[in-house]
Design a protein around this ligand. Structure first.
Ligand code: ACM
Length: 525
């Protein structure tokens, strides 16, 4: 006991010396930190907490998931700090200088992502109802530390965080990004990088657009030609690719460890050329289509009145449901321009029944609201406000992805080389400065499940291009999903975003440096 007091005194002394010789300013005001999404409530107490080589991470209770969250923080902090933090379970008080995680809930509301981060001079304490909230708190801690905390090799420190209390919880329960791996394929490692980046901004869903005219990207064991043939190319004629079920499960697990749900999409009955090329019997004329590598839409349709179509849909949804711990299967439903209206209605009713037979709820693009929606189906508003209204009239929730605000493949302005502009040019302030709850008459906050920003990849061929279109706009969408509307303000946000520039650079993110954001001059960073 005595010895540990002595060693603490030595630590305190050495910290004092190292702080004294440090050029960096001590942080002192928690309310002035640049956290994105902005937390709901922040109170500063004027001191600071330091993570040092003596810092360990304590957890209270037996939760294995909480231990994993604590380990995730230790792993995150190790490369930059060089510190090996131990995870120590305790029923008492943590040691001075440590980080302390505890759960306050009884696990009855797994959707609750709230947390409280109480930073004292002696202990930094995270209290959360669920491990998910503790995981969100980690992102706040990372953003309160100096940007060098994101280095993959040893940084200088000192690793100080201003003291005070943050009480935080999301405004919307669904905060997502969509990645189209059909138009251009992205590897497991690339998808994992996307998961890590969206986790930093407290998103909780990655929607994977797994099938389209140009490619089928998920192995379906009962229909192997979908990937063997349908996965063999992509827009522009590249070699495409697909996820084996094992690889896909690895992605789902990686996301789950970051408290992110994967929503898989099989787009139907249109956007199905890759399937129609793989199996002749899915076509009304019984003839397989050619593979397609262009970017037109609206020309393909499953043969809605054939029985084999529903055997196909049943097999695909069954296998996919078995790989999907999350509640939703997305069945697309957009731009089915070559499906007759009565056939579309017929198909959507049957497809929803199949999804529900496998214990899942349907997500679908806003066109599905023109059909009879099953209990629990959600319409993803991308184009037509009237469809969002139709969904609400049926008592369904709406997921907000208006193309004019959230489509990450839309160009920033007329000089952007990547992307398209059929919906709009979307500058960083356009993506941020809007409110889902007031965008569509008759669709209010209570009707809205959340927000999602899709990245379609007709023109996006690699991870650098992906990052350039996604960042920094996705951070703004994340704040819309998390921070209450009354606390959102572009002028304040752009200052915080400017400070994230250095963080993104250290993470190796090739982001768009909009001139609407006051990025610091390189020598001021
Ligand atoms: C879509 O952009 N076709 C949903």
């Amino acid at each position: 006991m005595k010895q540990s007091y002595v060693s603490m005194a030595i630590v305190a002394l050495s910290l004092g010396i190292s702080l004294g010789s440090c050029k960096k300013q001590e942080p002192s005001d928690l309310t002035k930190e640049s956290v994105i999404p902005a937390p709901v409530s922040v109170t500063a107490t004027g001191g600071y907490f330091t993570i040092s080589k003596n810092t360990d991470i304590y957890i209270k209770g037996e939760s294995e998931e909480l231990r994993q969250v604590a380990q995730h923080l230790a792993d995150r902090l190790k490369p930059a700090t060089g510190f090996e933090m131990e995870i120590i379970q305790t029923s008492g008080e943590p040691k001075r200088g440590s980080i302390f995680f505890l759960l306050t809930g009884d696990g009855t509301n797994p959707a609750d992502e709230s947390y409280e981060l109480a930073i004292g001079k002696k202990v930094m304490q995270v209290s959360a109802v669920n491990p998910a909230g503790a995981f969100r708190a980690i992102q706040t801690i990372r953003q309160l530390l100096p940007p060098e905390i994101e280095l993959s090799t040893s940084g200088e420190g000192p690793w100080m965080v201003p003291t005070g209390v943050i009480s935080d919880y999301p405004d919307y329960s669904y905060r997502g990004m969509m990645l189209d791996v059909a138009r251009h394929f992205f590897s497991v490692e690339e998808v994992k990088r996307v998961i890590d980046l969206i986790a930093y901004y407290k998103l909780n869903v990655l929607h994977l657009h797994l099938t389209d005219d140009q490619g089928w990207r998920i192995e379906i064991k009962s229909w192997p030609n979908l990937t063997a043939h349908g996965g063999s190319t992509e827009v522009g004629g590249g070699e495409g690719g697909f996820f084996t079920q094992e690889q896909y499960s690895d992605i789902v697990k990686y996301a789950h460890e970051r408290h992110i749900t994967i929503v898989p999409e099989i787009d139907m009955p249109g956007h199905t050329n890759a399937a129609l090329a793989s199996y002749a019997e899915l076509n009304c004329d019984g003839k397989a289509r050619e593979l397609y590598t262009g970017i037109k839409v609206g020309f393909s349709s499953l043969c809605v009145r054939k029985d084999v179509t529903y055997k196909f849909v049943d097999d695909v949804i069954r296998e996919l449901s078995e790989l999907t711990p999350g509640p939703y299967i997305h069945i697309g439903g957009d731009e089915s321009h070559s499906t007759k209206t009565e056939d579309y209605l017929f198909f959507m009713e049957k497809a929803q029944e199949i999804v529900s037979k496998y214990g899942k709820s349907v997500l679908g693009w806003d066109e599905i609201a023109t059909t009879r929606l099953a209990e629990g189906s959600v319409a993803q508003f991308w184009a037509k406000a009237s469809n969002a209204q139709k969904a609400v009239e049926q008592g369904a929730k709406v997921l907000f992805s208006p193309a004019i605000k959230t489509y990450l493949d839309m160009q920033y302005d007329t000089t952007t080389k990547l992307g398209l502009h059929w919906a709009a040019y979307i500058e960083v302030d356009d993506a941020y400065d809007w409110d889902p709850a007031t965008l569509v008459d008759g669709v209010g906050k209570d009707n809205i499940l959340g927000v999602e920003a899709p990245l379609w990849t007709e023109t996006i061929t690699n991870i650098d291009e992906l990052e350039y279109m996604v960042f920094p706009r996705l951070a703004g969408i994340a704040e819309i999903g998390w921070t209450p509307a009354l606390k959102r303000d572009w002028v304040d946000y752009r200052e915080r975003l400017a400070k994230h520039g250095e963080r993104l650079k250290i993470m190796g993110v090739d982001f768009y440096q909009s001139d609407r954001v006051p990025w610091p001059e390189p020598d001021q960073q």
